[in-house]
Unconditional design. Structure first.
Length: 251
């Protein structure tokens, strides 16, 4: 109940102009995919045409189709963690963060595929297979994140939830050690022209039927002070539903 109330309140706060999508036309088709018309004013690789998720037992496949070549745009390197840009394809969900072993009721659980050349937050994985697991942040990789409305990032903005100094919340075993609610589970994003797909395995006790979801493309930025908050959503490129209403339903 605590998480459901938090999620409802958070989505209400975020149904603002910061997340609204103007005259972009959105719909949900009979197969459950969230559809959105092309918008030539957007960067094509982040202009969402459709977001969809389906499951086979405890494995869920998250899809997103764009108006360009998905994954073809990556951030420019700055040479420093503070101020670094993160580009992302994101599927916000109605799942409680406890579904992937975060502290329950702490925010909006979202699957994200990200690229960021200035740091590597997947210390268990060597995405470019060069023997060094600390130099491949630019290669698209997956995260679970817990998002929460954060006024320090701007009106109606989200951030990846911070972990204040001295607090020890419940975190997944593959948490990469950054002071935020971030997990690096190692699910590889797959790209095929306009489409990105991520296959995700859940614990067998997680109830997946009827889980709500949406699709978002966005840029985040690491705070120059490296904390408080550490990682803000800086720019929303597109929202599949147009208003972050999570109209998709997993079945």
């Amino acid at each position: 109940m605590k998480h459901r109330l938090f999620l409802t309140t958070a989505l209400a706060l975020l149904s603002t102009n910061a997340w609204a999508d103007g005259d972009h036309i959105h719909a949900v088709d009979q197969g459950g995919a969230i559809l959105s018309d092309a918008d030539q004013s957007k960067v094509a690789a982040f202009d969402i045409l459709g977001a969809h998720a389906h499951r086979n037992g405890n494995v869920v496949t998250f899809h997103m189709t764009t108006n360009g070549v998905a994954g073809s745009e990556v951030p420019a390197a700055t040479g420093a963690l503070g101020g670094a840009e993160v580009l992302s394809y994101v599927w916000p969900t109605s799942l409680d963060p406890a579904a992937v072993d975060f502290e329950s009721g702490t925010g909006i659980l979202a699957l994200a595929a990200t690229s960021h050349p200035d740091f590597d937050d997947t210390p268990l994985y060597d995405e470019n297979n060069d023997g060094d697991p600390t130099n491949d942040g630019v290669i698209w990789h997956s995260h679970w994140v817990v998002l929460t409305p954060t006024e320090a990032c701007g009106p109606g903005a989200l951030a990846v939830r911070d972990i204040p100094e001295g607090e020890t919340p419940k975190l997944p075993a593959t948490w990469p050690g950054l002071p935020i609610f971030l997990d690096s589970p190692g699910f590889s994003p797959l790209f095929n022209g306009p489409e990105i797909t991520v296959n995700v395995a859940f614990r067998s006790d997680v109830e997946l039927e009827g889980v709500a979801y949406d699709g978002v493309t966005s840029a985040l930025r690491v705070n120059a002070n490296i904390h408080s908050p550490l990682l803000c959503v800086e720019n929303v490129f597109d929202v599949a539903s147009g208003n972050l209403s999570l109209p998709g339903e997993l079945n």
